[in-house]
Ligand binder design. Structure first.
Ligand code: ZN
Length: 459
C-alpha cells in the first residue's frame, strides 16, 4: 500500500509535478475564511476527489464563537492623483488587508499611512495581514513600495462586501470497514500563500486520491476548512463523528525544503503520535518531534480539553520560524514538487501503520516453533527478515502491537508487518481479540460523554 514504493524515478517526479501543478492552479485565488475564494478552491478540490461542501449561515453559534459575515472582494487599489494605481490587488491579492470592509475615499498620504502595513526587515516582501473579527480596511505592500509613495492625495478603493452569507467547508469521507475514523484536516483560507495553506491542501487531496477506492480498515475524513472558525464549526456540528475519531493529523507548511516536524497531540502518547514518530525516524530526512502546545493550527481545537482528540500536526518548517511565513515570499518558488511528494509518502506510511497496527497471538508460544521446516528460517539466520519473524513471534502475546514490536526491535514497521502477515499465512500467528478489546476500551475512555459507536467488523 506504500505510496511511491512502486514508482520509478520518473513516476515519483510525475507525482511531485502533478501535486505542484495542483497547488499552482489554486495559488492565484483570493481565499479567506468565508466567501467565493474558498468556494472556488473547494470546487477545484472536488475535481480531484469526492467532496461534500457545506454552507453554514452567518450568525450561527458554534460553541463560544459565531459564524462571521461573508466577505467577497472584486477589486482594491491605491491610486495617485494622476489616477495611476500604485498598489493594485489585481497584481497580488496580499495587497488588501484580508476581510477589509469597503472603502472609496480620497486622502493625503499621512492619513493613508495609518492603513498601510509593511515589513521593514524584508523591504521587498508584502506581508499577509487579516482583520477577521474587527471591521477595518487596509493595504499591505512592500516597504520599498511605500518608500516610493510621494506626498499628496491618494484615492483608496476596496470594492468588497461584508454581508450575511455563509461559511463554506469541504469534507471528503472515505468509508472503511470500521466506523472508527482517521481525521486529516487542513486550512484552505489563505490567499496566495503556498506553503502555509496550499501545501497542506495539496497533500491532503492527493492522500485522499491515493486512499479512495481501497479496502480500508478505518474510515477517513478529510476536512478542507477555514482555520480556527472552520474547525470550531465542524466540531460544533459533528459531535458524533468527532467521537469516532481514533487518530488524526493536521497538515500544514508541508511543501518547503525543510525537514519534518511532528507536533504531538495533547494526549502526547496516542497511537498517531507514536506512528508519526516511528515513520519520521525511518523516513531518511531530518525530522523532529515537538511536544503539544495550545497554539498553532487547528489541532488547538481538536485538542481542546472537551474533545481531547488524538490529533497531531505534521509540518516541514514550523510556522513562524521561517521568514517567508505570512509574506509574499511564501510563493510557488518556496515549495517544491519533490518535497510535496515526500510529504505525501510520509503521510501514506503513517496511514499504513494505523491500518496494520494490531496485536497478534503466537499460536505456538511454548518454546520457538520450528521455522526451518516451514521455510521460514535459512542460512542467513541473522538477516533482518528472519529477525523480524523472531521478534513478532516472541512479542505476540496479545499485549504488544506491531508498532510496539517495531519500536522494540528497532526495525521499520513495514518489515514487522510483512513478517506478521507471513506468520499468519503459515498458521503460527493470529489476530488477538484481546488486543482489540483493549484498544476499544482505551478509545472509550477518551470520550466518556460521547455515545459508543458501532464496532466495525473484526480486522
Ligand atoms: Zn497562516
Amino acid at each position: 500500500m506504500n505510496l511511491l514504493d512502486g514508482l520509478d524515478e520518473a513516476g515519483r517526479q510525475g507525482l511531485g509535478k502533478a501535486m505542484y501543478d495542483f497547488a499552482a492552479d489554486l495559488f492565484p485565488i483570493c481565499r479567506s475564511i468565508t466567501g467565493n475564494g474558498i468556494r472556488e478552491t473547494l470546487g477545484r478540490i472536488k475535481n480531484q476527489i469526492p467532496l461534500d461542501v457545506f454552507d453554514v449561515a452567518t450568525g450561527t453559534r458554534v460553541f463560544d464563537w459565531t459564524v462571521p459575515k461573508e466577505w467577497n472582494i472584486r477589486d482594491a487599489y491605491i491610486a495617485d492623483s494622476g489616477g495611476r494605481r500604485v498598489v493594485d490587488f489585481q497584481k497580488c491579492n496580499l495587497h488588501v488587508l484580508n476581510y477589509s470592509v469597503p472603502v472609496k475615499e480620497r486622502m493625503p498620504l499621512e492619513k493613508l499611512k495609518a492603513h498601510l502595513f509593511t515589513l521593514p526587515e524584508y523591504p521587498d516582501w508584502i506581508p499577509y495581514r487579516t482583520s477577521y473579527y474587527k471591521e477595518e480596511w487596509g493595504f499591505c505592500l512592500s516597504h520599498s513600495q511605500m518608500a516610493r509613495l510621494e506626498d499628496g492625495e491618494y484615492t483608496v478603493c476596496v470594492d468588497s462586501t461584508l454581508q450575511d452569507g455563509h461559511l463554506a467547508y469541504g469534507e471528503c469521507f472515505l468509508a472503511g470497514r470500521s466506523s472508527e475514523e482517521v481525521l486529516i484536516s487542513c486550512h484552505a483560507c489563505h490567499p496566495s500563500l503556498a506553503n502555509d495553506n496550499l501545501s497542506g491542501v495539496t497533500v491532503a487531496t492527493f492522500l485522499a486520491k491515493h486512499l479512495a477506492g481501497r479496502d480500508l480498515r478505518y474510515s477517513y475524513r478529510f476536512l478542507f476548512i477555514p482555520g480556527t472558525i472552520g474547525a470550531i464549526t465542524w466540531l460544533a456540528r459533528n459531535p458524533e463523528a468527532a467521537g469516532r475519531i481514533r487518530h488524526g493529523m493536521v497538515l500544514t507548511c508541508i511543501g518547503d525544503a525543510g525537514g519534518f516536524h511532528y507536533k504531538k497531540s495533547r494526549q502526547g502518547n496516542a497511537e498517531i503520535d507514536r506512528a508519526a514518530a516511528h515513520v519520521l525516524r525511518h523516513c531518511g530526512e531530518p525530522a523532529e518531534i515537538l511536544e503539544f502546545s495550545p497554539y498553532g493550527y487547528d489541532e488547538r481545537q481538536y485538542c481542546s480539553p472537551g474533545f481531547n482528540l488524538p490529533v497531531g500536526c505534521l509540518m516541514r518548517s514550523v510556522w513562524g520560524t521561517f521568514p517567508e511565513y505570512h509574506t509574499s515570499a511564501d510563493n510557488l518558488d518556496f515549495i517544491r514538487p519533490e518535497k510535496l511528494a515526500g510529504s505525501l509518502r510520509v503521510c501514506a506510511e503513517i496511514v499504513d501503520v494505523l491500518e496494520n497496527n494490531r496485536c497478534y497471538r503466537n499460536e505456538l508460544p511454548f518454546c520457538e516453533p520450528q521455522l526451518g521446516r516451514r521455510g521460514l528460517y535459512g542460512p542467513d539466520a541473522g538477516s533482518e527478515e528472519i529477525m523480524a519473524r523472531l521478534w513478532v513471534l516472541n512479542l505476540s502475546d496479545g499485549r504488544h502491537t506491531l508498532l510496539d514490536i517495531a519500536e522494540q526491535s528497532g526495525m521499520v514497521f513495514s518489515r514487522i508487518s510483512a513478517a506478521a502477515g507471513l506468520l499468519c499465512q503459515k498458521g503460527l500467528l493470529s489476530v488477538s481479540t484481546d488486543g482489540q478489546v483493549k484498544s476499544a476500551a482505551k478509545a472509550e475512555a477518551f470520550h466518556p460523554a460521547i455515545p459508543k459507536t458501532k464496532e466495525g467488523s473484526p480486522n
